[in-house]
Every structure is written in structure tokens, then in C-alpha cells.
Design a protein around this ligand. Structure first.
Ligand SMILES: CC(C)(COP(=O)(O)OP(=O)(O)OC[C@H]1O[C@@H](n2cnc3c(N)ncnc32)[C@H](O)[C@@H]1OP(=O)(O)O)[C@@H](O)C(=O)NCCC(=O)NCCS
Length: 177
């Protein structure tokens, strides 16, 4: 199976719009509703110009299967925040774990980041166990912190130190970029 990390560009706009328009994704991802096709297109066209973040589309056999990024990159501290979502037709096949690994490997090998964090909504049990299975640990809970989909929600902060990752540079650079 060929899996590639491709920087987000205008060719990904339709797939990103479709994924974000699905309630199984929008229920958990901090995106303004209703999702706008025009804004998604504009975002895909311009996001590559921003220096404090890097956004990828994961292409499986040439199809856009999911999106993920490293944002708020701080080179002094070696930190950033991560987000990830898949198109629901690619859920539960082990692809999320693969994509997460590639993203973490990119953060460690290419950006020399030290610690990668993320925020997850307190009731997103699937994502929390997904992150735990992939080496993240909880650092704290911001209680009733964010107004999201009609309620104040807990936000859990989870992190991973990249020195704990076993990443082999050679296959990573040869196979995935
Ligand atoms: C969270 C998310 C990225 C996880 O992606 P995923 O591909 O479903 O996750 P995994 O790759 O770990 O797979 C998990 C499931 O696949 C199964 N699985 C894991 N490896 C597998 C493999 N090699 N083959 C087949 N199935 C596998 C697991 O048993 C698990 O099953 P479950 O979905 O019934 O619990 C995805 O569910 C998603 O995009 N959710 C919506 C957005 C979201 O919540 N994002 C996080 C916001 S913080």
C-alpha cells in the first residue's frame, strides 16, 4: 500500500471539505459550522505560506485519506501542537496510527522538535485511547474550557517526547515524502 505525506495544496480542497462536512469528524474537530467549501479551498491554497505550522494530506494509493498538521511550532523550545483527522471511510483500518507515526517522525527528524502536544475534547474516548496507544500521556485537564458544539467542554492536553520515538530516518525519507 503506498502512503505519502503531501503538503496541503489546492488539490486537497474537495477531500478536506468532504471529511470536515461529515458529522463523525466535525463532532470532534474545532471547525466553524457549516463548513464552507470556498473557505476550505482558500485555506488549502494559502496555508503553506505560514511559517509556524505545517499541514499534510495523507494520500493512500493517491487518494486523500486524512489530514494532519503540526501547528504553533516553537523552534526555541522545540515544541508544537498536533491535529489529525481522517475521512470516515478510512477509519478503523490502522491508518490513523500510521499517519500519526509519520507526522511524529517528521516533527522529530525534519523539524528537530523535542515535544509534541495536542488538545482533545474530554469525551472523545476513541481519540484519547488512540493517542494513548500511540505513546501520548495526559499532562492535564482544562475543565469546561472551550465552548464547542453548544457546551463548555473539558480539554485534555496530551504530549509525547520525541526522544521516546523509535524513528528510522532512512526508510522514512525514502518511502513517505
Ligand atoms: C482519531 C482517528 C484519527 C483515529 O484513526 P483510526 O484510523 O480510526 O485509528 P487507528 O489507526 O488506531 O485504528 C483504530 C481502530 O482500528 C483498529 N485497528 C488498528 N490497527 C489496525 C490494523 N492494522 N488493521 C485493522 N484495524 C486496525 C483498532 O482496533 C481500532 O478499532 P476501533 O475503531 O473499532 O476502535 C480517527 O478516528 C478520526 O479521524 N476521528 C475523527 C476526528 C478526531 O476525533 N480527531 C482527533 C481530534 S483530537
Amino acid at each position: 500500500m503506498s502512503i505519502r505525506l503531501v503538503r496541503v495544496n489546492s488539490s486537497h480542497a474537495q477531500a478536506r471539505f468532504e471529511a470536515l462536512s461529515d458529522v463523525r469528524v466535525s463532532k470532534w474537530v474545532f471547525i466553524d459550522l457549516p463548513v464552507s467549501e470556498a473557505k476550505t479551498k482558500q485555506w488549502c491554497e494559502t496555508v503553506g505560506e505560514r511559517s509556524s505550522r505545517i499541514d499534510f494530506c495523507f494520500e493512500v494509493e493517491g487518494k486523500a485519506a486524512g489530514f494532519a498538521g503540526l501547528v504553533n511550532i516553537n523552534q526555541t523550545s522545540g515544541t508544537c501542537e498536533l491535529y489529525i483527522f481522517l475521512h470516515p471511510s478510512f477509519f478503523s483500518q490502522g491508518l490513523g496510527s500510521k499517519f500519526l507515526y509519520y507526522l511524529l517522525a517528521y516533527g522529530k527528524l525534519e523539524l528537530n522538535l523535542r515535544k509534541i502536544s495536542l488538545f482533545v475534547t474530554g469525551d472523545n474516548d476513541k481519540a484519547i485511547s488512540f493517542y494513548e496507544r500511540n505513546g501520548f500521556t495526559t499532562e492535564g485537564v482544562l475543565r469546561r474550557h472551550s465552548w464547542f458544539r453548544g457546551e463548555y467542554r473539558d480539554r485534555i492536553i496530551m504530549s509525547i517526547f520525541t526522544d521516546a520515538l523509535s524513528t528510522d530516518a532512512e526508510p522514512f525519507y525514502q518511502e513517505n515524502l
